[in-house]
Design a protein around this ligand. Structure first.
Ligand code: GDP
Ligand code: GDP
Length: 436
């Protein structure tokens, strides 16, 4: 099931990022340890009562040109949240009281069908009923919290979870869902159109309740695929283009719903900081990923160019050593038919299962060749490994003491798993469990 998106909006300084950290804090990342992931501080996965969701702090979205007055930026945040999120947390400042800007935001939020929760922050004394004036915003009962002290935030989360919509998956399990993501102008829509225009591709109407009317289902050689739309591909309209270009939410949602991500990079411009962040979505989301270097027709080439590019990309996107690279041109069609072959391959890798006996043979071999480290006279013991899930392949390692399982030895085991099993294009994850 796809994860719903919860957007936090509100004026500057009301405590959005404090609330963001409070709600998403404490969650342990179990993604394969690789240095160099540029973490995007504005979104994070959170979970409450077994219900996962993605939390976004819209205060961190780069929506301004700074010449604009603040209110304009905040208005854009609110608009974007209404259009892209499944639930809006509207945060106001209970210490400062109601302001004209709060009223403007509320005007926008009242027009949506989406659930909105009105959060009155900085309430440390619940006996004072400080928050009553916020009823005037016409957004239902104000929910008093103190984000910095963690007061009443559990109740808030109960309400969040109760208000989250169920997001149904639309497609049969054998349909491979492809998200095409990347910065504006790298050629995502050209690539989509060129792929769908190939002669062996049949754009089809797979039955299914289309939650998102802009998905494009198609078929090749009897196999079914769906291209999931991302920022600015075919829909231009309600939201201004300037906002749309920064639609982190749409990219995240597309990644979340996908099986395989085509991360499109402009071969002329190379890997940018923004590319690293966007690639990070696929990595942290545990999705299969292919690095598609587009506009290859514009690059001056000799017989070493591709190797040189590969080397640079590997060093820039260090956390994605596993992702295959492809050099294509949406304009000339170069190597486009090959993309779906690689998509099939990567999709298989994300679904691979390794038997427990083979895993434990490998583990025994690793431990024999490179014995685990000793720390203060105590030795790490790894008892047992088993694969807990696929998409992405996730392994549980049972050990005597987590503390003894140092980063370098974890890395060593990861690397040996990769060397042995490949999993090209797929992230892999490890969960460490302590046993006496
Ligand atoms: P944002 O601009 O909306 O993201 O606001 P911040 O999260 O950066 O918080 C703005 C200021 O309010 C900071 O100085 C916080 O320490 C403070 N603050 C945030 N939450 C609370 C709270 O629950 N109680 C109090 N007293 N201060 C808070
Ligand atoms: P998007 O914003 O990522 O969807 O990018 P577009 O598909 O709109 O492409 C941006 C610009 O790059 C357009 O002017 C395209 O014609 C151009 N473009 C896209 N792919 C290629 C390519 O492979 N080669 C060349 N030369 N131009 C391309």
């Amino acid at each position: 099931m796809a994860k719903p998106i919860v957007a936090i909006v509100g004026r500057p300084n009301v405590g959005k990022s404090t609330l963001f950290n409070r709600i998403s804090g404490g969650r342990v990342a179990i993604v394969e340890d690789q240095p160099g992931v540029t973490r995007d501080r504005i979104y994070r996965d959170a979970q409450w009562l077994d219900r996962p969701f993605t939390l976004i702090d819209t205060g961190g979205l780069e929506l301004g040109d700074y010449e604009n007055p603040f209110s304009d930026v905040v208005r854009k945040q609110a608009q974007l949240a209404i259009e892209e999120a499944d639930l809006v947390l509207f945060v106001v400042d209970g210490k400062n009281g109601l302001t004209a800007e709060d009223e403007k935001i509320a005007d926008i939020l009242r027009r949506t069908q989406k659930p909105v929760l009105l959060v009155v922050n900085k309430i440390e004394d619940f006996s004072k009923n400080q928050y009553m004036e916020f009823y005037a915003l016409g957004l239902g009962d104000p929910i008093p919290v103190s984000a910095s002290h963690g007061m009443n935030t559990g109740d808030l989360l109960d309400m969040v979870v109760a208000a989250l919509p169920e997001i149904e998956e639309d497609y049969a399990p054998d349909v491979i869902k492809i998200a095409i993501i990347g910065r504006p102008n790298v050629g995502k829509s050209s690539l989509t159109n060129a792929m769908l225009g190939q002669e062996r591709v049949i754009v089809s109407d797979i039955p299914g309740t289309t939650r998102d009317a802009i998905d494009t289902p198609f078929e090749r050689d009897g196999k079914h695929y769906v291209v999931i739309d991302t920022a600015g591909m075919r829909r231009r309209g309600k939201v201004e283009e300037a906002i749309e270009r920064y639609s982190v939410m749409r990219s995240l949602r597309a990644v979340d719903r996908s099986d395989v991500v085509l991360m499109v990079i402009d071969a002329v411009e190379g890997v940018t900081e923004q590319d690293k962040k966007i690639a990070g979505y696929a990595h942290e989301g545990g999705k299969g990923c292919i690095l598609v270097l587009n506009k290859w027709d514009l690059v001056q080439k000799d017989d070493k160019t591709m190797q040189r590019y590969d080397k640079v990309i590997r060093s820039e996107l260090g956390f994605m050593q596993y992702a295959p690279t492809m050099y294509v041109s949406a304009k000339t069609g170069q190597r486009l038919p090959k993309i779906l072959e690689i998509v099939d391959f990567v999709s298989e890798q994300t679904n691979r299962r390794i038997s427990t006996s083979i895993l434990n043979e490998l583990l025994a071999d690793i431990v024999r060749v490179t014995p685990p480290p000793t720390d203060k006279g105590r030795k790490l013991k790894i008892y047992y490994a088993t694969q807990a899930s696929v998409k992405p392949p996730t392994f549980v390692l049972f050990v005597n003491d987590e503390e003894l399982f140092h980063f370098s030895y974890r890395r060593h085991i990861q690397n040996r798993f990769r060397e042995t099993f490949g999993f090209e294009g797929s992230p892999i994850r490890f969960i460490i469990r302590q046993r006496e």
